[in-house]
Ligand binder design. Structure first.
Ligand code: NAD
Length: 259
C-alpha cells in the first residue's frame, strides 16, 4: 500500500536507537524526508547511515537533548515546518515513589509530557494551515495499565494522554491527527537494561530472563522495533486521517482487557 506521504517532512525525536529509529526508517522508506535527533552524535550518525542505506527520503541529524528548550529549538531550526512529528524521549527510571523528590518528578514530566506538548505547540498551527499533519506520541502500555515500578512513567504519560485527548479532537477537522502509540515489550536497549536488572536480581542469565518475559506475552515473543515503525508509518499515512485521539496498543496481546 502506498501511504501517500512521499515528499513530506518529518521530525522523529530520540531516534538513534530502538523504537524512534524504527519509526524514522519506516517513514524514510515511504519517501519522507526525516530529521532525527538524539544526544550522542556518533550513534545518531550511525543510525542516519543505516536509514539512508534503505533508500527513500533524505535523513538529517541534530545531536541534542530533546527535553531542553535549546534541543527543541535546534530541531525546529533544522525542520521548521514538519508535516509529521513523532514524539519520543527516554523513559523515566523505575523505582519506589517514596524515593522520588520534586526534581525526579519534574524531569519525568519535562521529558514525557511537556516536551511533546511544546513540540506540538510549535508545529501544529503550520500543519493546520497546510491541511495535513500527523503527530504520533510514543508513550507506553502503562497508559492503559500501570506498571508498578514505573510510577514516574505512569504519571507523566497519563498527563500527556489526557491533554492530547482534548487537542486531537480540535485539529482533526483540518486533517491534523494526534495519536498515542503504546509499546508493550519491544526488544530494544531500554528493555534489555530492564531485563538485566531483573536477571541479576533473580540470578539467571539475560537470555533466560528474556525467554521468561516472552513466554508471559500471549504472542509468545517480544516485539520487534520494525513492527512498531510500520504501525507508526501507517498512523502518519494519508489514509489515516480519520484516526485521532486514539491510544494504539502494540503489545502482542498482553493487555488483558476486552476494550
Ligand atoms: P532505547 O533506549 O532503545 O532508545 C531510546 C532512544 O532515545 C535512543 O536513541 C536515545 O539516544 C534517545 N534519547 C533518550 N533520551 C533522549 C533525549 N533526552 N534527547 C534525545 N534523545 C534521547 O528505548 P526504546 O525502547 O526505543 O524506548 C523509546 C520510548 O518508549 C521510551 O520512552 C520508553 O520508555 C518507551 N517504552 C519502551 C518500551 C519497550 O519495550 N522498548 C515499552 C514501553 C515504553
Amino acid at each position: 500500500m502506498d501511504l501517500g506521504i512521499a515528499g513530506k517532512k518529518a521530525i522523529v525525536c530520540a531516534a538513534s536507537k530502538g523504537l524512534g529509529k524504527a519509526c524514522a526508517a519506516s517513514l524514510a522508506r515511504e519517501g519522507v524526508d526525516v530529521t532525527i535527533c538524539a544526544r550522542t552524535e556518533e550513534t545518531l550518525n550511525a543510525a542516519a547511515d543505516e536509514i539512508r542505506a534503505l533508500g527513500g527520503g533524505s535523513v538529517q541529524t541534530v545531536a541534542c537533548d530533546i527535553t531542553t528548550d535549546e534541543g527543541r529549538a535546534a530541531v525546529l531550526d533544522a525542520c521548521p515546518n514538519p508535516d509529521i512529528l513523532v514524539n519520543n524521549a527516554g523513559g523515566p527510571p523505575p523505582g519506589d515513589f517514596r524515593d522520588w523528590d520534586r526534581d525526579d518528578w519534574i524531569k519525568a514530566v519535562d521529558a514525557n509530557m511537556l516536551t511533546p506538548i511544546f513540540l506540538i505547540k510549535a508545529t501544529v498551527d503550520g500543519m493546520i494551515e497546510r491541511k495535513f499533519g500527523r503527530v504520533v506520541n510514543i508513550t507506553s502500555s502503562s497508559v492503559k495499565a500501570p506498571i508498578e515500578i514505573l510510577g514516574l512513567s505512569n504519571g507523566a504519560r497519563a498527563g500527556l494522554t489526557g491533554f492530547i485527548a482534548g487537542l486531537a479532537r480540535k485539529t482533526v477537522a483540518h486533517n491534523v491527527t494526534i495519536n498515542g502509540l503504546l509499546p508493550g515489550a519491544f526488544y530494544t536497549d531500554r528493555l534489555k537494561s530492564n531485563l538485566k536488572v531483573h536477571a541479576e536480581k533473580e540470578g539467571v542469565s539475560m537470555d533466560e530472563m528474556a525467554a521468561r518475559r516472552a513466554a508471559s506475552i500471549p504472542a509468545g515473543r517480544l516485539g520487534d522495533a520494525a513492527e512498531f515503525g510500520e504501525y507508526c508509518a501507517f498512523l502518519c499515512s494519508a489514509q489515516a486521517g480519520y484516526i485521532t485521539g486514539q491510544n494504539c496498543l502494540i503489545d502482542g496481546g498482553n493487555y488483558p482487557g476486552t476494550l
